[in-house]
Design a protein around this ligand. Structure first.
Ligand SMILES: Cc1cc2nc3c(=O)[nH]c(=O)nc-3n(C[C@H](O)[C@H](O)[C@H](O)COP(=O)(O)OP(=O)(O)OC[C@H]3O[C@@H](n4cnc5c(N)ncnc54)[C@H](O)[C@@H]3O)c2cc1C
Length: 381
């Protein structure tokens, strides 16, 4: 293998976006993947670009998510231009629908929370929501419009990104399985592959999704774990749905706006190890959530099912930056938001490697936080 300034371990949306960014900064970059690139979580995703937190744990992620959403239009324009391919990027917003509990009270809590986090969020009367989305069912009890949210087709974006990266000189290397890091003291000098080769480089970026924790030297800093998400696609013959629709139980993401319409529907959150099975129970859960939102979808044609492994972390936040090992940068653990966070992750890693600074403080996502927490716990015993 020739000499590279940077070797990126993992050819998902995160590794691919970083590679594209670094090549734009005139570095010689190779992306190593143990299989075909872009076939894991990045292939399985729904493609919602939503910085809204789906749990209290996700609140620290909002500034990163907002920053990344703001970068999306120019990111897409660059990728589409360099690749000559479309990515299915759509603006127009999402509608969050409340069906349970005390919907009016929950709606005002949600609107206050989102606005407090700097997110646009408008409560909308149900009659208005039904005028916007005629197929919405009677279970909807309150709703809010998040007008700035967008969506993208992850598989289209992933393949366009690979073409764009190759067009700016990135080497894409499938079937290269990295089994460990080559360390000399506190310095990372390359990676070791399953063929026993040592590939030397001044910079390694670890972007191996939920498998990042399987690289022994990285595991203490990147305790990534797989969180399975099952998905399905429907062909809908009724009035097309024009927004992303989300409830507490599931979501519907339109892929086109005419009839028949393809809708991607999800998802489950399961700790099932590295097993990507689609299960009867998973499908039942998703279909029941979706029928609650839009009952007529029980008549839609089921055209596909799949599952993927999100790169989860113990605190549900990504793992970004250095861990005191020179030449090694972590970019993993993006959990439910890796498609959204790809542009900002690429920008921050690009800045760090070429300028030794970042335009946004990423300390909250430091790979050292897990060691610090373990040390605090031991001190408390
Ligand atoms: C069902 C589902 C729905 C989702 N919906 C959304 C959504 O709507 N919006 C959103 O923003 N995010 C969503 N996500 C999350 C998003 O898909 C992930 O956060 C993102 O794809 C992570 O990208 P990645 O590049 O880190 O990981 P991956 O795409 O998993 O890529 C990791 C790559 O590393 C490679 N690799 C692993 N180990 C090694 C090794 N030892 N050597 C070489 N290569 C290796 C793998 O083969 C793989 O190609 C969803 C995820 C799922 C599963």
């Amino acid at each position: 293998m020739k000499n590279y300034d940077v070797l990126i371990v993992g050819g998902g949306i995160i590794g691919g976006s970083i590679a594209y960014e670094l090549a734009q900064r005139s570095l010689r970059v190779a992306v190593l993947d143990r299989q075909e690139l872009m076939r894991e979580a990045s292939w399985a995703a729904a493609g919602m670009l939503s910085p809204a937190p789906d749990s209290p744990a996700a609140i620290p992620l909002v500034p990163l998510g907002r920053g990344s959403l703001a970068l999306y239009p120019s990111f897409i324009e660059a990728i589409e231009e360099a690749s000559g391919r479309r990515t299915g990027f759509r603006t127009g917003g999402a509608i969050e629908v409340l069906c349970h509990g005390d919907p009016e009270r929950e709606l005002s809590t949600l609107v206050a929370l989102y606005r407090g986090l700097g997110l646009s969020c408008e409560p909308i009367p149900l009659a208005e929501v039904r005028a916007m989305e005629p197929p919405l069912g009677r279970n909807a009890r309150a709703a809010a419009l998040l007008p700035e949210e967008c969506s993208v087709e992850p598989r289209a974006l992933s393949s366009a990104l690979l073409v764009a990266a190759a067009s700016v000189g990135v080497t894409l290397s499938p079937v290269v399985n990295v089994i460990s890091l080559a360390l000399e003291g506190k310095k990372c000098v390359g990676v070791v592959t399953s063929r026993g080769e040592i590939l030397h480089t001044p910079h390694v970026v670890l972007a191996a999704g939920c498998w990042s924790s399987q690289i022994p030297e990285a595991a203490p800093y990147a305790p990534a774990l797989p969180v399975r998400g099952q998905m399905l696609a429907l062909r809908h013959f009724g009035t097309p749905i024009s927004h992303v629709l989300r409830s507490e139980r599931g979501y519907i993401v339109p892929r086109n706006f005419d009839s028949p319409q393809t809708l991607v529907v999800g998802s489950t959150l399961e700790n099932a190890g590295y097993e990507k099975r689609v299960t009867a129970g998973g499908m039942e859960k998703i279909l029941s959530a979706v029928s609650e939102l839009v009952p007529e979808l029980s008549q839609a044609e089921l055209i596909d099912t799949w599952s993927g492994l999100r790169p989860g972390t113990p605190d549900q936040l990504p793992i970004l930056g250095e861990a005191g090992i020179e030449g090694l940068v972590f970019a993993t653990g993006h959990y439910r938001s890796g498609i959204l966070l790809a542009p900002i992750t690429a920008k921050l890693v690009g800045e760090w490697i070429t300028e030794r600074r970042t335009s946004l403080d990423w300390e909250a996502f430091s790979p050292l936080r897990f060691l610090r927490r373990n040390a605090d716990r031991s001190a408390a015993v």
